[in-house]
Structures are given as C-alpha cells and as structure tokens.
Design a protein around this ligand. Structure first.
Ligand code: ZN
Ligand code: ZN
Ligand code: ZN
Length: 114
C-alpha cells in the first residue's frame, strides 16, 4: 500500500487523516501538506532541479533558488522532457530548466509544468 508523504518535511504517514491531523515544523502553514506526486527512486526540487533519493533528504537541506529557501518536490514525476509552464520551452532535464532565465516568468526563471 502506498504511503502518504508530507512535501514540507518528507515524513510518511499510513493515511491522509493522520497526515492532516499533526502539525509540521517545516511547513509555512504549520500543517503537513500532501505530496501529490508518485513514489519514485528520484525526487527533484522544482526550483533548482537537484535530485534526491528520497523526500526526507530533499526536505532536510536548503535551496538557494526557492523563495522560502527550502527545496520543494516536483510533483509531475520523472520525464524525458520538462517544459516551462510560462514560456513552453522544453529541456531534457530539470537542472537545465532551472538554470536559465525566462522572460515570461514572474520570478525570472523557468518553472516546470506538471
Ligand atoms: Zn510535514
Ligand atoms: Zn531546490
Ligand atoms: Zn520559461
């Protein structure tokens, strides 16, 4: 049976009810937030493209590109091409997408579409 993961701290829960009941010290809202992507061998940060073996490791380190300085797991799964949701440019990996500036994005950087 699949577990439910918090995308802020990476903790796993046996069901959604438990996840939503407890508070999370890494979440901006103070509550765990459900990671809606699939379980995978690799998790990517959607701001910097760094790869992690699990969500806990992703959540535990800091991100230089994210607005809240935390890596945020990409929920779109592992793909062969990633496209920017603001300009539609395609990249063959997330790191490259995150590395270039985007003139259509409000943050100035490309951001992956799901
Ligand atoms: Zn959490
Ligand atoms: Zn990051
Ligand atoms: Zn773009």
């Amino acid at each position: 049976m699949a577990n439910f993961y918090c995308k802020c701290c990476g903790q796993d829960f046996p069901n959604l009810r438990v996840l939503t009941t407890y508070s999370c010290n890494r979440s901006d809202t103070g509550k765990h937030q459900l990671f809606e992507g699939n379980e995978s061998d690799v998790y990517l940060c959607e701001y910097c493209g760094t790869e992690f073996r699990n969500l806990k490791a992703l959540c535990a380190s800091n991100c230089i590109k994210s607005p809240n300085r935390k890596h945020i797991p990409y929920e779109g799964g592992i793909k062969t091409t990633y496209s920017c949701k603001y300009c539609g440019r395609e990249f063959n990996n997330m790191k490259t997408l995150c590395a270039y500036t985007c003139n259509k994005s409000p943050t100035g950087n490309h951001f992956p579409a799901r």
